[in-house]
Structures are given as structure tokens and as C-alpha cells.
Design a protein around this ligand. Structure first.
Ligand SMILES: [Zn+2]
Length: 517
């Protein structure tokens, strides 16, 4: 263990320590070069004739809670090589004291990494606590200046867009899929921008991109030899969307198919079930009242026995009010037998009914009558079909693509009804299954026959899209590359962007994301 600590050991190697002065918050070390000569930067010959000297001030790493500064005597030399155009030059101090730098290399290193890790403002406030003399702007400048450009050959890239500001500005991200890192960020998502960047990298052999047209076109123009890979996730997603679309277009058939099956209370939503139960209760009550009426029991007695109002009992006895939708008491009540007769006689038009009622002395408005007609019409068609809820297209698509053993019994019944009633949809489901299985199992030979069969199906337009992008889809099935990790990089990018409090200038984002890798 060294015990003979000397303050001169704080000085970067190659420098001679001349003395120290200090104030309450900083230590200043006077230093100079330990060599008598310096090498001319132009001709490379050592010179020993000193022309003049000046003092450079450099910040260094803090020491024991105090800032450390170097006061560096810098000599100017005369180059005496006859043909050298450099007559006078200032001596240089190697990598530890970069040319014209105001910070030593070791301080700059720390500043750079603080900036990378935290971004401008948060890094600056931490730097202040660490006694590192750097401002927010300096940090950003250092990070920008020191951004390392990856030099490894770029063979496989993934390209996608990302939101600079959601719905406002989009950029393009390019990732090295082999090394799992961001290669560049481009300021927009224009085809020309991506194309220009790709064209500068002719070494790229494979481009993975989403299924939109932009990057596909950019890559085709810039790198016609490169293999394009359609993104697998988007392929799966588009296949699901195509099936959903097929379901939507088949809803008429689906409604018929489901409506034809017997009502299943389990399928009903809660509200619907309550209404249905009420309906059943009323049906029972009505049946009981009707039976009593048929047996000649007086209405007053029926009302007493059943607990229903005499009016209600009277209406039942007339055969009115058996519809599911309870009718409101209205001015129509006394005219109901007449209305009933008209209705049963074939007059179903509200306005016409109203005119006929008026001739009978009815004083109410047309609206009352047309509402009654509407209720009556509904009640008549209130078959099981109306009571059974037909699920939304999205639900049907999900039910039809879920494994059978994961469905509850009622769902299985619905799916079976749809498959029997709308066989084209069952075919489309089978084709989507095959497409997704083909991707999962990397079965490239299936692609061509699949396209052929699908062109005549409900998912024809999806199949045509696949056919138009066949090479890239083929590559997506065959090759391991996918844009999945680009998504992960975009997530990382968003995180860094948020840390930067709106100072997310592109080059800085780039510096932090690429420099940090
Ligand atoms: Zn020279």
C-alpha cells in the first residue's frame, strides 16, 4: 500500500505538478508538460524553440468535495522544418487533455455518461451535487458530440415508425436486428427519407418492415437486392382483422342462424334475462287468470285471489296485455277492443287506425295510436329471436377462433349454429387458422395453395394483399427476423423521450439511445 501520497499524483500522467492554490470550494493545480520538446502537428518533427506561452484552464474531476481545476501552462513552439507551412504551433497533451478542451478527458467521460443515463436537466442537477462543473446545455452538447456511430456491418435491419408527438409528428426508427440495437432515428416517416437513408447502406441484406406500403416501397427502391420481410405480428393481426371483417359482412346470415335456434337464457345479458324472467312470470300469471276467467270466476274474485288489480284482470280477460312490453295505461284503454278488432282485421297502419278511432269519438293524438301500433307490432314479432341477443361481430369472431374446449356450452351452441347456417364463414375461419398455423410452423410450401384457395373465400381481399406482397410474406414465414424487437426499442425510446422533458431533439434522442448501447 502506498503511503507517500503526494498532491502531484492527482495530476494526469505526463504533466508536471508545479504547485497548488485553493479557495473554499475549489483546488487549483498548476501544471505543465514534462517534455522539453513538442511535435509539430503538421510535419511531425519535434521542435524545441519556444515562441511564447499561455495558460489554459481545465476543469477536472472533483476531489474531496471540492472542484478541481488545472491551470495548464501551454507553450507555443516554432517549427523549423524548412518546408513546413506551420510556423508556430501550440503543444498538445495527448488524449487526457483533448485539444482545445475545457475539461479533462476523464471529466468529460463522466459528464457524457451522466448525460446518457439521465438526459440534460436531471443530469445537470445531479452533476451539481457531485461538484461537476457542467450546465444542462454542456451536458447535452457533450452527449451530442460524443455520439458513437456503430461501425459494425449492418446486414439485417427492422424499420418502423414512432410518434414524436402522438398524432402530430412521426419519426422513423431503424434497428440492427442482429445486435438488437437502434441504428438511427429519422426525422419523419416519408418514403423519400427512409429511402435515402437505406440507399446509403447498400450492405443491408434484409429489411424487416410492417405491412404498410411506405417502408416497403422505400426499401424496394433503395435496396432492390435486399430481402424484405413482412412483420409476422402484423400478419397475424391482419389475418384476425380479415376474419372480423368477414364476420361483419356475414351478420345477416349469423342473425338468422342464431335466431333459428331455441332461446337459451344463459346467453342473455343480465338485463335481458330479467326482462325475460318477468315475461315468463307474466305469462304464468296471465295463464292463471285466463284459466280462472274460463272457469267463470268473477273478475272481482280473480283479482282477490291473484293479487292483481281488477283492471289488469279485466284486460287479461279481454286478451289484451299479454305482450312482453307492458303497455302504459292510456286514453286508449276504453277503445282497446275496437283497436284490437281493427288490427286483427288487417289494419296495421297507425295513421289509418287513428282516423278510424277518431270517427268512433277518440280524442287523443295520432302519436298515442301509432305508439300503440308499434308496441303491438313488436309484441307480435317478439319471438325468441328478439329475446336472444346476437353477439357483436367482434365477439363472434373471438368465439369462432377460440378453442372449443375454452368455450362455455352456450357459446359452443352459437358457434355451431353459425357454422351450420353460414358455411362460408366456417371456411374463412379454417383458412385463417391455416394461415396462422403456417406462420407458426414456418410452412412456406403452404403459402401458394393457401392463396389459391383463399381467393374465392370471404377473406379474398386479405388473400390478394398477401399475394401482392408474397415474397415478403414468404420471408416472414421462412426467416427468423421480425419487427418485434423494434417495438421493444420504440418502448425504450418513448421512455427516454419522456425523461428529457420535451427537449427531445432528434440528435439528442439518438445520442442517448445509440450512445448508451
Ligand atoms: Zn512542422
Amino acid at each position: 500500500m502506498r503511503t507517500d501520497f503526494r498532491i502531484s499524483s492527482l495530476v494526469p500522467s505526463g504533466l508536471v505538478f508545479d504547485g497548488v492554490s485553493d479557495s473554499s470550494d475549489s483546488i487549483i493545480l498548476d501544471v505543465r508538460s514534462g517534455y522539453a520538446t513538442a511535435v509539430c502537428p503538421l510535419c511531425g518533427v519535434a521542435a524545441d524553440r519556444i515562441h511564447s506561452q499561455y495558460v489554459r484552464h481545465l476543469a477536472d474531476l472533483p476531489s474531496a468535495g471540492r472542484r478541481l481545476r488545472l491551470r495548464l501552462i501551454t507553450r507555443r513552439f516554432r517549427c523549423e522544418v524548412p518546408h513546413c507551412r506551420r510556423k508556430i504551433f501550440a503543444e498538445r497533451f495527448g488524449e487526457k487533455i483533448p485539444l482545445r478542451a475545457r475539461r479533462t478527458a476523464r471529466l468529460e467521460y463522466i459528464v457524457h455518461h451522466l448525460g446518457l443515463a439521465l438526459g440534460g436537466r436531471p443530469a445537470a442537477s445531479l452533476a451539481k451535487r457531485l461538484m461537476l462543473p457542467v450546465s444542462n446545455d454542456t451536458l447535452l452538447r457533450v452527449v451530442r458530440r460524443r455520439t458513437a456511430v456503430p461501425s459494425d456491418p449492418l446486414l439485417v435491419v427492422g424499420i418502423d415508425d414512432w410518434a414524436f408527438r402522438r398524432n402530430h409528428r412521426y419519426g422513423t426508427i431503424v434497428c440492427d436486428l442482429e445486435r438488437r440495437r437502434i441504428v438511427t432515428l429519422l426525422p419523419d416517416r416519408e418514403i423519400a427519407t427512409a429511402q435515402a437513408w437505406l440507399a446509403e447502406h447498400p450492405e443491408i441484406k434484409i429489411v424487416s418492415r410492417d405491412r404498410g406500403g411506405g417502408y416497403r416501397e422505400a426499401a424496394a427502391k433503395a435496396l432492390p437486392e435486399a430481402i424484405q420481410v413482412a412483420d409476422r405480428w402484423h400478419l397475424m393481426e391482419n389475418a384476425s382483422a380479415a376474419f372480423l371483417d368477414a364476420v361483419r359482412r356475414s351478420m345477416r346470415g349469423i342473425r338468422t342462424a342464431i335466431g333459428a335456434t331455441t332461446i337459451n337464457p344463459e346467453l342473455l345479458t343480465c338485463a335481458e334475462r330479467l326482462r325475460y324472467q318477468g315475461y315468463l312470470r307474466r305469462q304464468d300469471a296471465h295463464a292463471a287468470i285466463a284459466a280462472l276467467v274460463r272457469n267463470g270466476v268473477p273478475l272481482k274474485e280473480i283479482a282477490r285471489r291473484t293479487g292483481h288489480s281488477r283492471n289488469h284482470v279485466r284486460r287479461i280477460s279481454r286478451g289484451v296485455g299479454t305482450d312482453v312490453f307492458r303497455t302504459r295505461q292510456s286514453t286508449l284503454d276504453s277503445h282497446l277492443p275496437f283497436l284490437d278488432a281493427q288490427w286483427n282485421g288487417g289494419c296495421r297502419n297507425g295513421a289509418e287506425l287513428w282516423r278510424r278511432l277518431k270517427r268512433q269519438g277518440f280524442k287523443g293524438s295520432l302519436r298515442v295510436v301509432s305508439e300503440w301500433a308499434t308496441r303491438r307490432r313488436r309484441a307480435e314479432t317478439a319471438t325468441d329471436r328478439q329475446l336472444q341477443k346476437v353477439p357483436a361481430a367482434r365477439t363472434i369472431a373471438r368465439l369462432m377462433t377460440t378453442k372449443r374446449d375454452h368455450l362455455i356450452k352456450a357459446e359452443t351452441v352459437s358457434v355451431a349454429a353459425i357454422e351450420n347456417g353460414v358455411p362460408m364463414l366456417a371456411d374463412a375461419r379454417a383458412l385463417i387458422d391455416r394461415f396462422q398455423a403456417m406462420i407458426r410452423q414456418k410452412a412456406t410450401s403452404e403459402l401458394e395453395p393457401w392463396i389459391g384457395e383463399s381467393k374465392g373465400s370471404l377473406i379474398a381481399s386479405f388473400a390478394i394483399g398477401i399475394a401482392n406482397d408474397k415474397a415478403a410474406v414468404h420471408a416472414a414465414i421462412a426467416l427468423p427476423w421480425s419487427n418485434g424487437q423494434v417495438e421493444a426499442q420504440i418502448t425504450k425510446l418513448k421512455l427516454v423521450k419522456r425523461q428529457m422533458y420535451g427537449r427531445a431533439k432528434l440528435d439528442l434522442l439518438q445520442a442517448r439511445l445509440i450512445g448508451a448501447q
